[in-house]
Design a protein around this ligand. Structure first.
Ligand SMILES: [Cu+2]
Length: 109
């Protein structure tokens, strides 16, 4: 049993590593309190990793009323969150601290 242990561990852990690596990553950059891109296309029915890059000198909060998400990104820094899975459709998101300009849309297809 002792010699089998590494193989047992590998058999247990590799699928976990593989599934983590399989999560596709998408980037939203904040600059001048606007999201770039303002429309982000993602595939339906999968969980995705969203990288938030804030190039502004003030904090922002990524938020949506269409799906559960609320994440603060500090000035000149980055963070990430997982969102989805989504059904096909359009889902609005915004920056809570600069709503007049920080508007965007997830286009799920
Ligand atoms: Cu908020």
């Amino acid at each position: 049993m002792k010699r089998l242990l590494p193989f047992v561990l590998a058999a247990l852990l590799l699928p976990l590593l593989a599934s983590a690596a399989d999560v596709a990553s998408y980037t939203l950059t904040l600059k001048d309190h606007r999201y770039q891109p303002s429309e982000l296309r993602i595939p339906a029915n999968v969980r995705i990793k969203l990288e938030l890059i804030n190039q502004d000198p003030s904090p922002e909060e990524f938020e949506s009323d269409d799906f559960p998400a609320e994440k603060i990104v500090m000035p000149n820094s980055r963070t990430s969150l997982f969102i989805g899975p989504f059904k096909p459709g359009r889902y609005r998101f915004y920056g809570d601290f600069h709503q007049p300009t920080a508007q965007g849309m997830l286009v799920v297809e």
